[in-house]
Design a protein around this ligand. Structure first.
Ligand SMILES: Cc1cc2nc3c(=O)[nH]c(=O)nc-3n(C[C@H](O)[C@H](O)[C@H](O)COP(=O)(O)OP(=O)(O)OC[C@H]3O[C@@H](n4cnc5c(N)ncnc54)[C@H](O)[C@@H]3O)c2cc1C
Length: 461
């Protein structure tokens, strides 16, 4: 091996820098294993920034009797609201119930009790309101046939930032991470995995070596493993979900809500400072769909607007009320002939070759357990001991701008520090992920000015 190859050799390489890859990087570096994470786009720029932004047990999974998953996710929700209060917030969610709703009020009452029971009653206290009390809390709500509402607690999370902070926490002696680098080839040479990457910014190439390779590529897994000629039976069901950010005007809403739709789905409506997040849709995709730059379709946007207008008929929500839209693809793992909506969000770990691991499924909320499980499997296969819960240790490094930044203008100096410390490569990385897309008014710099600062800082260093 030449000098460069030795420098580029790690104990582990993780492919995929969403929340799961970030969690695995942290898990391994906490165990002092030399690990490199490689991400094709920016870190957390795919599914992990396109979620409904909730750390939750998943109240609707109770319908499928998925109690173990709900219990696990509620435990993780509590852990992360305690560990990262600057990125998470417990909120009381309202589920309005109408005469024609799929879940009647008594059903909601039982569901909320089970949900709190599964949190070992650590959730803030649930309640059930009658119609009059519901309208007092949500004055614009459609009163026709309203029976009442269930009220329970879940957490809202700044999704891309939690993944970023797990990465920042891992960098240093044991961990490194590169973005905008696509893995193009993975092959065994002399008992090591050889991983070829290509920069998606300047087309340059580099080769890395590692004893173990871990795929944390979420919904991209089947497509990528096929492209890399790895022996693998396709397992993913690609299920697209879109969201819209609405202007706050017209829909003055004090509480997040869970809406039951006519087609038996649920839609979350989450107010955040000047905007309201509404989603999500559920649309099957063909296995070979290009999902890297997926966008919300007109049909999905109209579906979400219709749902809102049914609940708030006087708000007059239309296309002009939309601030922006985004879409992502759920990394669901097929379970026999089960329908998309019924597939469990449990994760699964596979080892298609010696010292090669693939983790699929799961949800954002349970990323830490997913990371533990893949590392546990790897350690057990290699006859090493495994200790749980090391990753419940507090994060050592925070991102410079949290979820609820103070009202100050974000200065040029602050952007320069972000460029130096938080690994952005483009102005979008800064605007969409290092800052928060909810606070554009605090950023007085244009995209071009930010690009200029990126060049300036890079030239100086
Ligand atoms: C609409 C929607 C709403 C959701 N809402 C919630 C919610 O509220 N709460 C919750 O708990 N969960 C939610 N989820 C689920 C959650 O978002 C996902 O489970 C989670 O984000 C998946 O993370 P990941 O790291 O596995 O995937 P990703 O974030 O997609 O990361 C995989 C990464 O692999 C990279 N990659 C692919 N190919 C290559 C390559 N060749 N080389 C290098 N890198 C590569 C990709 O660029 C990508 O960044 C939601 C999902 C969707 C789609």
């Amino acid at each position: 091996m030449d000098k460069q190859a030795i420098k580029n050799t790690h104990e582990n390489i993780i492919i995929g820098g969403g929340i799961v890859g970030a969690g695995i990087l942290r898990e391994l570096t906490l165990r002092q294993e030399n690990t490199l994470l490689i991400e094709k786009g920016d870190f957390s720029s795919q599914t992990s920034q396109s979620s409904s932004k909730m750390l939750h047990g998943g109240i609707r999974y109770l319908e499928n009797f998925d109690f173990a998953l709900v219990r696990e996710a509620l435990k993780e929700k509590k852990a992360w609201t305690d560990l990262t209060p600057h990125l998470t917030k417990e909120e009381m969610f309202y589920i309005p119930v109408y005469k024609e709703s799929k879940w009647p009020l008594f059903f909601v009452r039982i569901g909320l009790f089970i949900y709190d029971l599964l949190s070992f009653f650590k959730n803030p206290k649930r309640k059930v309101l009658n119609a009059k009390e519901t309208l007092k809390a949500l004055p614009n709500l459609n009163p026709k046939n309203l029976k009442g509402a269930g009220v329970y607690s879940d957490a809202v999370v700044e999704d891309s930032k939690l993944a970023l902070e797990c990465i920042y926490d891992s960098l240093g002696e044991w961990g490194s991470a590169i973005n905008y680098s696509e893995v193009e080839k993975v092959e065994k040479t002399d008992g090591m995995w050889k991983v070829d990457i290509r920069s998606t910014l300047d087309d340059s190439t580099e080769t890395f070596f590692a004893k173990n390779v871990i795929f944390a590529t979420g919904p991209f897994t089947d497509q990528l493993l096929k492209k890399l000629n790895i022996e693998w039976q396709p397992k993913m069901i690609l299920s697209k979900g879109s969201h819209i950010w609405l202007k706050r005007e017209g829909l003055e809403l004090a509480h997040p809500m869970v809406l039951q739709t006519k087609d038996n789905r649920v839609i979350f409506v989450i107010p955040q400072r000047d905007a309201i997040l509404v989603g999500t849709t559920e649309k099957a995709l063909e296995p070979n769909t290009d999902i890297f730059n997926i966008q919300a379709s007109e049909e999905e946007i109209n579906y979400l607007i219709d749902a809102i207008n049914q609940y708030f008929p006087t708000a007059g929500i239309d296309q002009d009320s939309i601030l922006s839209t985004f879409a992502g693809v759920r990394p669901l793992v097929a379970e026999g002939n089960k329908a998309r909506g019924k597939v469990s969000r449990q994760h699964k770990v596979f080892s298609p070759d010696e010292n090669m691991y693939v983790i699929v499924g799961g949800k954002y909320t349970t990323f830490r357990v997913m990371a533990e499980d893949v590392v546990k499997k790897m350690h057990q296969d290699q006859g090493r001991a495994f200790k749980r819960d090391l990753s419940l240790a507090p994060l050592k490094k925070r991102s410079r701008i949290g979820m609820y930044p103070k009202g100050d203008e974000i200065t040029e100096e602050e952007i320069k520090n972000i460029i130096l410390e938080e690994l952005p490569k483009t102005s979008d990385d800064i605007i969409k992920r290092r800052l928060s897309m909810l606070y554009p008014d605090q950023l007085k710099l244009t995209k071009a000015q930010i690009e200029g600062l990126i060049k300036e800082v890079r030239n100086d260093n």
